[in-house]
Design a protein around this ligand. Structure first.
Ligand SMILES: Nc1ncnc2c1ncn2[C@@H]1O[C@H](COP(=O)(O)OP(=O)(O)OP(=O)(O)O)[C@@H](O)[C@H]1O
Ligand SMILES: [Mg+2]
Length: 176
């Protein structure tokens, strides 16, 4: 699955992964959720149907959000909040035109909250885009295949991305 691996203690700015089926996407999401800390922001980019909501659901599981909460796209509600090891805020900015809209909808404060904020369509954030974040770009690569490019912004995410790469390469767990 990983094409660029990191040593366990080494930080990594970018990681490229081939996700051959939903289970591999789920495994990536759970791994990300387990790494999350209070105040984290994860930006999920990609075309319609690329797998952003699927990944967000798996991040929720890694954060300890109970399985009874089905993570669905917050396209109309704009934001869904779930309780977990940390609060999980799932934001979908698709219908918003820019940062003015986001502030007017009261979403800006979640980007600075103590929970973990996962944002679909983060290009709408403009100047609200945080300096520290993990950016995940998903691309179609076949009916069940996706390509994920993870970019770490900030030292904390670079360190954790190195750990994640090592974990995924180690093959712990099922899937890939
Ligand atoms: N490897 C894969 N990873 C993620 N999703 C996959 C994969 N293979 C197939 N799929 C399917 O692709 C679809 C992805 O839908 P999803 O709602 O997660 O996309 P999205 O990026 O959130 O779309 P939108 O922009 O409309 O919000 C799901 O039906 C999922 O089952
Ligand atoms: Mg979605």
């Amino acid at each position: 699955m990983p094409e660029k691996n990191g040593d366990p203690g080494q930080s990594l700015a970018e990681l490229s992964l081939s996700l051959d089926g939903v289970e591999q996407t789920a495994r990536l999401g759970r791994g990300l959720g387990e790494l999350c800390r209070p105040g984290d922001v994860l930006l999920l980019e990609g075309d319609l149907g690329a797998g952003k909501t699927t990944l967000a659901g798996a991040i929720a599981r890694g954060l300890g959000v109970a399985g009874e909460y089905h993570v669905t796209s917050p396209s109309f509600a704009l934001l869904h909040e779930y309780p977990g090891r940390l609060s999980f805020y799932h934001m979908d900015c698709y219908r918003l035109t820019g940062e003015g809209d986001i502030e007017a909808a009261g979403l800006a404060e979640y980007l600075e909250g103590r929970g973990v904020c996962v944002v679909e369509w983060p290009d709408r954030l403009g100047s609200l885009r945080p300096e520290e974040s993990l950016e995940v770009r998903l691309e179609h690569a076949g009916r069940e295949q996706r390509r994920a490019t993870l970019q770490a912004h900030g030292a904390s995410w670079r360190q954790r991305l190195g750990r994640l790469a090592a974990e995924l390469a180690g093959g712990g767990g099922e899937g890939c």
